[in-house]
Design a protein around this ligand. Structure first.
Ligand SMILES: [Zn+2]
Length: 251
């Protein structure tokens, strides 16, 4: 039995408006590389120089090659226990809002409805000229020269992955919804996020300021650990599986 999980399960059942925020750690158990760890995606790459609007316009070949590598990880990835337990908690009405920093769509693949995607989605792409969106398969093509760069089938404009790039604003609707949820939360779960990236890392802080209780499921410390009522240092999938068992919920 995981220490503290019984008490947390009781608090979750008693909560009025529980909200969860997930980060890269929620998807590492699906085999998707973490962005910031030493073995993560950005090892050896300066992200600011490549994963940005200016790189898309000035170095599109490298840009698309990088995203093709990301797609190669994405298509085979399956939801893991983190995604499945959170979807089950939503089904049971125990989790009212789910916010993610991830762009892999694995929460939806696990059956989660209404996911607030703060950083967009890698499963879509959008035309910079006409704004139409398409499935990302359209931009998962070999790009060797500037001629190979995928174009909008409607207007010929440049296609961009549906994720938020550097030099781009976060989607305002998602930000507003996320902060609205954090304001209402009487219980806030941080799952697989080391809370290093803003403004997402302000969401649990807002919840705590409003009097909400904080539970952190993360392998490494975060800047809000001292404000958390529960900290589970296990792999998030293990801790959430223990939670589901304690609640008697089948996943
Ligand atoms: Zn277009």
């Amino acid at each position: 039995m995981l220490e503290g999980i019984r008490e947390f399960a009781r608090a979750l059942k008693a909560s009025r408006y529980a909200v969860a925020l997930t980060g890269a750690g929620a998807s590492t158990e699906s085999g998707l590389p973490d962005f910031r760890s030493k073995t993560g995606l950005w090892k050896g790459i300066d992200p600011v120089s490549l994963i940005s609007m200016s790189a898309l316009r000035q170095r599109p070949v490298e840009f698309y090659q990088f995203y093709r590598m990301r797609f190669s990880h994405l298509w085979g990835a399956q939801p893991n226990p983190v995604h499945k337990v959170l979807a089950a908690l939503q089904r049971e009405g125990l989790l009212k809002r789910l916010i993610t920093q991830n762009v892999d769509g694995l929460h939806q693949a696990a059956g989660s409805p209404d996911v607030i995607e703060l950083h967009g989605s890698l499963r879509e792409c959008a035309c910079l000229s006409c704004g139409r969106t398409f499935p990302s398969q359209l931009i998962d093509v070999p790009v060797e020269t500037a001629e190979d760069i995928p174009r909008c089938p409607e207007c010929g404009g440049i296609l961009k992955p549906g994720v938020v790039l550097f030099e781009e604003a976060l989607p305002p609707d998602a930000i507003e919804e996320a902060f609205d949820a954090a304001m209402k939360a009487d219980l806030f779960l941080v799952v697989g996020s080391s809370l290093e990236v803003g403004p997402a890392n302000q969401l649990p802080a807002v919840a705590v300021q409003q009097g909400g209780d904080l539970a952190i499921f993360n392998l490494t410390p975060t800047f809000l650990d001292s404000r958390a009522r529960w900290i589970f240092r296990e792999k998030a999938g293990q801790a959430l599986t223990a939670l589901a068992e304690e609640l008697g919920i089948s996943v």
